[in-house]
Design a protein around this ligand. Structure first.
Ligand code: 1GP
Length: 245
């Protein structure tokens, strides 16, 4: 079974939590510790990526440290072809559908496709859309943000991702967002698409995680929480438990 197939299988049974680790934010051994803790807390996968990465070596070293410390699948969440690592298990082969810059829609993919083929890491097709406020990802990704209230726009993107044959759809408010994607938008998109819905950006507490899960998110991604929480295991455990509905 591929990693994507396994995620879909698990997501059909329960809500999933993915932990996002940005190699820019801490040394590899700390990233390894974070992944180990996330696994113990009930997270289902480690995503590795960030919008402001500068070094491929940093990605390699972070992925290797994570693989040493945890048995969770490591899925790259890359901002470009330069930041792939053969040590990962899979890569979100994601198109930033509302970017004005074709690099993020398809050109970086053309550059990175050879690496994916030769390294044997599993490509997981995903439509990626950034909703306001969008934060750094929205700015770097040169995005025409989906407005928080423009539900039809979000549904249109979700359906387009599905009709283009993508396996997952990710609604992103941006790392550190003060407001996460609204429950109304999540509900409406979930009602309209048949592929798993991933939601991230600004989800830092139990209440928000539960609300997003209840609204219809199949997978919730948290990043900032991993960097900021003092008692990480407890904080993540509570978030994962709150998503049980
Ligand atoms: C970024 O949505 C994720 O892609 C994580 O956001 O850092 O706000 O948890 P946070």
């Amino acid at each position: 079974m591929t990693i994507a197939e396994n995620i879909v299988k698990l997501a059909n049974r329960r809500k999933l939590h993915f932990s996002l680790i940005d190699p820019d934010k801490q040394p590899p051994e700390v990233a390894g510790f974070m992944a180990k803790t996330a696994e113990k807390a009930g997270s289902s996968a480690i995503m590795v990526g960030g919008s402001t990465l500068t070094s491929q070596k940093q990605v390699d070293e972070t992925v290797k440290a994570i693989k040493r410390e945890s048995g969770l699948p490591v899925i790259l969440f890359p901002s470009g072809a330069k930041f792939l690592s053969k040590h990962a298990d899979a890569v979100f082969f994601m198109s930033l559908l509302n970017s004005r810059n074709l690099d993020y829609v398809i050109r970086e993919h053309v550059k990175g496709a050879h690496f994916v083929k030769n390294s044997g890491i599993e490509p997981i097709s995903m439509g990626y859309v950034i909703v306001e406020p969008g934060m750094t990802a929205g700015r770097i990704g040169e995005v025409d943000l989906v407005m928080r209230t423009d539900i039809d726009d979000a549904i249109g993107y979700g359906l387009s991702a599905q009709y283009l044959g993508m396996n997952f759809f990710y609604l992103e408010a941006g790392s550190g967002a003060t407001e996460s994607v609204s429950d109304e938008m999540i509900k409406a998109v979930k009602r309209n698409i048949d592929i798993p819905l991933i939601v991230g950006g600004g989800i830092r507490d139990v209440k928000t995680a539960r609300e997003k899960a209840l609204a219809g998110a199949d997978i919730i991604v948290t990043g900032t929480t991993l960097e900021k929480e003092k008692n990480l295991k407890q904080a993540l455990k509570e978030i994962v438990q709150a998503m049980e509905i």
